[in-house]
Design a protein around this ligand. Structure first.
Ligand code: MSP
Length: 548
């Protein structure tokens, strides 16, 4: 190894003098927000995890090594309160709630590689090490603050929280003037750096237009960040290593999960069983909802990393998705309109729910959960479109040719057109999926499904079968259908992993080890290929759409 040439601060111990990663290409590191363990998972949580899982599966099939981290945010005031109410210790409470999340991810086939639970001792050690480093570098200071405090929301209020009449609204409950000592992080010292970073890195946030929300929020006077809570007010948190009278503010703790569970400072704090930070970092996609972009992920987080000495090229990328609403309104316990993903995946199958969640929203925009549309997407598209195509294609091949495919020498314009649709669908799918337009990626694959269904209608294999002179044409039609379907089972695999595996079993074609999207080419099924037995892939559901 030559001399270290990297410019790096005293705090951050990794850059260019560390040995090169043993992996020639950095793995694709994808994370999601970690969910608060203060209630049951709802459809918004499920959407985010499925989105991450789809992208992780897509990137793997794209030939990338992938590390997918997700988890639960278990500390904080709300958890402490809920545990008290339930007569449980906070740990008992979060353990119980966490089970509902892990069970749902299992049911929905969300296959992550790392689990970030913030009560994990390894995480706590990294949070404390980071706090100590920032403290030693003079980035933290203690001060007393007098201000208006909402007893109900348990936070200090600023003038921003006042209503147009200058009064704090009802939502804040009782507001008292309070004096409290706390530890602060010198956030404001780094705001100019952050503005410059955002302006010079248009790919920091996806969709790019969200960056202006961040820049707007950075206008005007910037405040330092209070990163502690006095023990008497909150005990369910990570103690500050340099002042035992305080625990860490939950957002500082939670944000750190993206590096603590990626192996940051593992040697220094004695953590084992985690990935190699050198290999993984920075994250290629930290998937979050729009509500937690400003300030936590786009302000606190990059500044925390910058203050720790992470160079600009090691600031992670953010993918910001929109919200699922219900009849235009935000979901809330008080409105009683919270949509339960567990129940939906029982009714529509896990793949049916995954499909709906991916096809009915554009990443970055909001969508409205709609029961009629989930029924339609299952019955019309999955059962009627894809399932029916697979079923009738294999059925006909079984009936007319005992399931044996012989492409033969026949060709015509109709066959060519179907091949053309397949050839065009693949790059369009890849381009859309690569740019987070999952719904458009699905639509690209669906062009094959629609064309193949129309191809059955126009070539009429059942008529061809009656005419021995059309035998070669019938062979080619059956072959084209099976081959087009095989392509579909690969393209839709990240979205419908269970159903597409079953479909491939019916086709009699297993994905070869290491098969990647660029291996997709016409002719996956060999001459003489034997198809399997058709079984309805998505049995139709007899469901009534709800009364409006
Ligand atoms: N614990 C924090 C995140 C810490 S990340 C270091 C949190 N938890 S949360 O449970 O409230 O939300 C988890 C994720 O679900 C967030 O990305 C949030 O935006 C997302 N969603 C919550 N409700 C949602 C919808 N209705 N629709 C889509 N996603 C939504 O925030």
């Amino acid at each position: 190894m030559g001399a270290c040439t990297g410019r790096h601060s005293k705090l951050h111990t990794r850059p260019s003098c560390t040995p090169p990663s043993p992996f020639p290409v950095k793995p694709y590191y994808i994370t999601t927000a970690i969910d608060y363990t203060n209630g049951r998972p709802h459809i918004g949580h499920a959407y985010e995890k499925v989105l991450a899982d789809v992208m992780a599966r897509f990137q793997r099939r794209n030939g990338r090594e992938v590390y997918f981290l997700t988890g639960v945010d278990q500390h904080g005031q709300k958890v402490q309160k809920s545990a008290e109410k339930a007569g449980l210790t906070p740990q008992q409470f979060v353990d119980e709630v966490t089970q509902h999340f892990t069970a749902l991810w299992e049911k929905l086939n969300v296959r992550f590689d790392g689990w970030a639970a913030t009560t994990d001792e390894r995480h706590k050690k990294v949070v404390q090490a980071i706090l100590q480093k920032l403290h030693d570098a003079g980035q933290l200071y203690k001060k007393s603050h007098t201000g208006f405090y909402s007893v109900r929301q348990e936070q200090f209020l600023t003038d921003k929280e006042r209503g147009p009449d200058g009064v704090f609204g009802e939502e804040w409950g009782e507001v008292v003037e309070l004096q409290e000592e706390n530890w602060y992080f010198k956030l404001s010292e780094h705001v100019e750096w952050l503005k410059g970073y955002i302006q010079s890195h248009p790919d920091f946030i996806f969709p790019a237009n969200r960056a202006k929300d961040v820049l707007n929020a950075l206008e005007g006077d910037s405040q330092d960040l209070c990163i502690s809570r006095p023990l008497e007010r909150l005990s369910w948190g990570i103690p500050l290593p340099f002042d035992e009278k305080f625990v860490n503010y939950v957002w500082f703790d939670a944000l750190t999960n993206y590096i603590s569970f990626a192996g940051y400072l593992a040697d220094e704090v004695g953590n084992t069983g985690l990935p190699s930070f050198e290999k993984l970092w920075p994250a290629d996609a930290e998937i979050i909802g729009k509500d937690i972009l400003v300030p936590p992920h786009a302000v606190y987080w990059p500044i925390m990393l910058h203050a720790l000495g992470f160079p600009d090229e090691q600031i992670p990328k953010l993918v910001v998705h929109g919200w699922w609403n219900v009849k235009g309104a935000k979901m809330s316990k008080s409105l009683g309109n919270v949509i339960d993903p567990d129940q939906l995946s029982t009714t529509f199958t896990p793949d049916g729910l995954r499909y709906y969640l991916m096809r009915d929203i554009a990443t970055g925009q909001d969508s409205d959960f709609n029961e009629e549309r989930i029924i339609m997407s299952y019955n019309k598209e999955l059962a009627g479109g894809l399932g029916n195509l697979l079923n009738r294609s294999i059925n006909m091949a079984q009936k007319y040719r005992a399931g044996k495919l012989t492409p033969g020498g026949y060709d015509d314009a109709e066959n060519q057109a179907l091949r053309q649709t397949v050839a065009e669908a693949v790059p369009s799918y890849l381009e859309n999926m690569n740019s987070w337009a999952i719904h458009e990626g699905i639509a690209a694959a669906w062009k094959i499904v629609s064309h193949a269904n129309a191809f059955v209608d126009s070539t009429k294999p059942f008529s061809l079968a009656k005419d021995p002179a059309q035998a070669a044409r019938l062979d080619s039609v059956l072959y084209h259908l099976a081959e087009a379907l095989t392509h579909v089972t690969v393209l839709l695999d990240p979205i419908l992993p269970t159903a597409m595996k079953v479909a491939r079993e019916q086709i009699g074609w297993n994905l070869p080890e290491g098969f990647v999207f660029s291996d997709l080419k016409w002719g996956l099924l060999a001459d003489g290929h034997q198809l399997g037995t058709p079984v309805p892939l998505f049995p139709r559901l007899e469901l009534e759409a709800p009364a409006a």
